[in-house]
Design a protein around this ligand. Structure first.
Ligand code: DQA
Length: 143
């Protein structure tokens, strides 16, 4: 079983970016955490990050064609991108929408998600520890 972890804009700057909100873990650390979790769970995990919406749409198409489950932190696209939503809606396997911060405790514009109603589950506010939890759930769901 393979799970794709897709991170959207500005998440490549984890560790430097607003550490009071997003923590001190870098994106490289996050990749290592996800890969280590995949090894423990006996599943293949691939982590990708992009600041380009079209690239994200292409990765979602790939996941749809391969029937891969996806953990998606779409960053700001969550709150306004119909293109990312339309691509994510084509997934046939599980979609976990993930946010490092609790978006519901933050600015009102972050309370809207174009993904939540098409996602299997939503994780928000658990920091980067949400990623291994999402992977564990997907591994168990796929057993
Ligand atoms: C985020 C929350 C979004 O509102 C924000 O635009 C991000 C990161 C999170 O992980 O908490 O870039 O998705």
């Amino acid at each position: 079983m393979k799970v794709l972890v897709l991170n959207g804009p500005n998440l490549g700057r984890l560790g430097k970016r607003e550490p009071g909100i997003y923590g001190s873990t870098t994106h490289d650390d996050l990749v290592a955490l996800c890969e280590r979790t995949g090894e423990q769970l006996g599943i293949e995990v691939e982590v990708r990050q992009t600041d380009f919406e079209g690239e994200m749409v292409g990765w979602l198409h790939e996941a749809a064609d391969r029937a891969w489950p996806v953990v998606l932190n779409a960053g700001a696209w969550t709150h306004y991108s119909i293109a990312v939503r339309d691509a994510a809606a084509q997934l046939t396997a599980d979609l976990v929408e993930l946010h490092i911060s609790n978006v519901h405790k933050r600015e009102p514009f972050r309370h809207t998600s174009y993904l939540s109603d098409i996602a299997t589950a939503v994780i928000a506010g658990l920091g980067v520890r949400g990623y291994p939890l999402a992977l564990r759930w997907l591994a168990e769901a796929g057993e």
